[in-house]
Design a protein around this ligand. Structure first.
Ligand SMILES: NC(=O)c1ccc[n+]([C@@H]2O[C@H](COP(=O)([O-])OP(=O)(O)OC[C@H]3O[C@@H](n4cnc5c(N)ncnc54)[C@H](OP(=O)(O)O)[C@@H]3O)[C@@H](O)[C@H]2O)c1
Length: 229
């Protein structure tokens, strides 16, 4: 893809990894819609803030109508309730699915026609789904999150095949702990820099890679997927 003509929308762009995606897309010359539930919290120079809650279908449709020139979508927004599946709150378990699975699904369904319409100007359209090493590694301490990311992994693979004939490349980013609010409780030496992960993910997306593996743990788990659980 020609990144000069990229018009990207990043969900959850007000902080964490999403903020890094938005900043780096601006630095690469893209026009960037920085989407957030509270757009007033967006303070990134050069972006267009936009209101978007990915669990609210009306909010998604309003955003898709407003940003008719998008050709790249970064599905980054996410939550981590740390609910386990046996005794965790069902509301939390549903929130993980509503966000990572149904939120991503509804975003792609709403934005695929927009991206298809605008793909030619950038030499193709693209969607990046931010997943996790926990799509493949399922510790009981975050059963709800893992199940939702695993569902989003399947969604991403199926969408890749469905959207390829429309000129839209679909990629997944899988990664372990990054230094963001989501895992504030994890010691710093166990987390990677979200800026470096965003850079690697965008390089992979624009090079047409289907799967970007953000750190050594993720590469190791991916390589051993066929090993006994
Ligand atoms: N941090 C890690 O270790 C790690 C590892 C692997 C994968 N990930 C994934 O990376 C992505 C970014 O997470 P992060 O680490 O940057 O976490 P973060 O700092 O907690 O940021 C999460 C972002 O998602 C937004 N968000 C949550 N629910 C939303 C909704 N319904 N609609 C719109 N925006 C919503 C938040 O907005 P508000 O400010 O409004 O809450 C915030 O901007 C997520 O998909 C996460 O699962 C993170």
């Amino acid at each position: 893809m020609n990144t000069d003509n990229v018009v990207a929308l990043v969900t959850g762009a007000n902080r964490g990894l999403g903020r890094r995606f938005a900043e780096q897309l601006v630095a690469r010359g893209a026009k960037v819609y920085a989407a957030a539930r509270r757009p007033e919290t967006i303070d990134i120079p050069g972006v267009v803030p936009i209101a978007l809650d990915i669990t609210d279908l009306e909010s998604i449709h309003r955003a898709a109508e407003r940003v008719g020139d998008v050709n790249v979508l970064v599905n980054n927004a996410g939550v981590s309730t740390r609910a386990n599946l046996l005794e965790g709150s069902l509301d939390d378990i549903r929130l993980e699915m509503e966000t990572h699975y149904f939120g991503t699904l509804q975003m792609i369904r709403a934005f695929a026609p927009v991206i298809e319409r605008n793909a030619d100007v950038a030499g193709g359209g693209a969607i990046l789904d931010v997943l996790s090493v926990l799509s493949w590694l399922h510790p009981p301490t975050s059963g709800a999150y893992s199940a939702a990311k695993a569902a989003a992994w399947a969604l991403t693979d199926a969408m890749r095949t469905e959207l390829a004939p429309k000129g839209i490349h679909v990629a997944a980013l899988h990664v372990g702990y990054m230094d963001t609010d989501m895992v504030r409780y994890i010691p710093a030496d166990q987390k990677t820099d979200p800026g470096a992960v965003a850079r690697q993910a965008l390089d992979g997306l624009f090079a047409g890679e289907p799967e970007i593996l953000g750190d050594d743990l993720t590469r190791n788990i991916r390589a051993n997927l066929s090993a006994p659980a």
